[in-house]
Design a protein. Structure first.
Length: 254
């Protein structure tokens, strides 16, 4: 406990799923936590669950695809704690599970705008404060789908956006290394997140088919994933920069 004492961490998409679990763990480790998302009521409920007395946690509603929202997010964080030490880019658009020929331009663009443009905006604005600090840690939540096209699902904007996110991670790692800012990414495979649960429930036998593709024959453990993200955030791997680390139970080994 206390590994993140006195540090400020921003977690996008912090009201649900992986983002919520990371926010809860970071708060337990002493961080001042900012959670952001589009729905304020979800953020308020999440903050209450993390810290009933509302200490060391701050909710800021923001759509990461909107530049003005991200500028406001960073400014309000600085007004609150006067520093930004850690940025977890977890917010993202879910897979639009349609064949490419049936995907509208609006559907394509909505995923690209959130997963890559939105993440860029968050990094850019956080970087403006991290650079003068001469310190910062940015962790992007990518996906197994950034490396492969997942069997049993339609490919498209999701894979393309996550692949681009891996390259953004590399580009920013090079640009900001002289300022003592590291930028890495984690690429989860199949975990028991709500989007995956929804996909499994819609098609009989899909869950069993996915498990058969994973050498470890099980879904990932969210707590374990979050503890790995915490490990990166504590800078114990300070010489790692520009990497995208798969956490997939060996899915890509076949």
């Amino acid at each position: 406990m206390g590994q993140l004492d006195s540090q400020t961490a921003i977690i996008t998409g912090g009201g649900t799923g992986i983002g919520f679990e990371v926010a809860k763990l970071f708060h337990q480790e002493g961080a001042q936590v900012v959670i952001c998302g589009r729905k304020e009521d979800i953020l308020i409920e999440a903050a209450q669950r993390i810290s009933p007395d509302k200490s060391r946690i701050h909710c800021i509603s923001a759509d990461i695809s909107r530049e003005s929202d991200i500028i406001r997010l960073m400014k309000r964080t600085m007004d609150w704690t006067n520093r930004i030490d850690i940025l977890i880019n977890n917010a993202g658009a879910h897979r639009i599970n349609k064949p490419p020929e049936e995907t509208s331009l609006q559907e394509w663009q909505s995923v690209i705008d959130t997963n890559i443009t939105g993440t860029f905006l968050c990094c850019r604005e956080a970087g403006k404060f991290m650079i003068p600090q001469k310190r910062g840690i940015i962790i992007n939540i990518s996906s197994l789908s950034s490396f492969i096209v997942n069997k049993y699902f339609h490919g498209g904007s999701y894979e393309v956006s996550k692949s681009a996110l891996n390259m953004l991670t590399k580009v920013l790692a090079v640009e900001w290394a002289p300022h003592n800012i590291t930028v890495n990414a984690v690429a989860p495979g199949y975990y028991g997140t709500q989007p995956n649960i929804d996909f499994f429930s819609k098609e009989a036998g899909l869950y069993e088919k996915v498990l058969a593709m994973i050498p470890m024959k099980k879904l990932g453990d969210l707590e374990e994933l979050c503890r790995f993200i915490l490990y990166l955030a504590t800078n114990k791997t300070g010489y790692m920069n520009g990497a995208t680390i798969p956490m997939d139970g060996g899915y890509m080994l076949w």
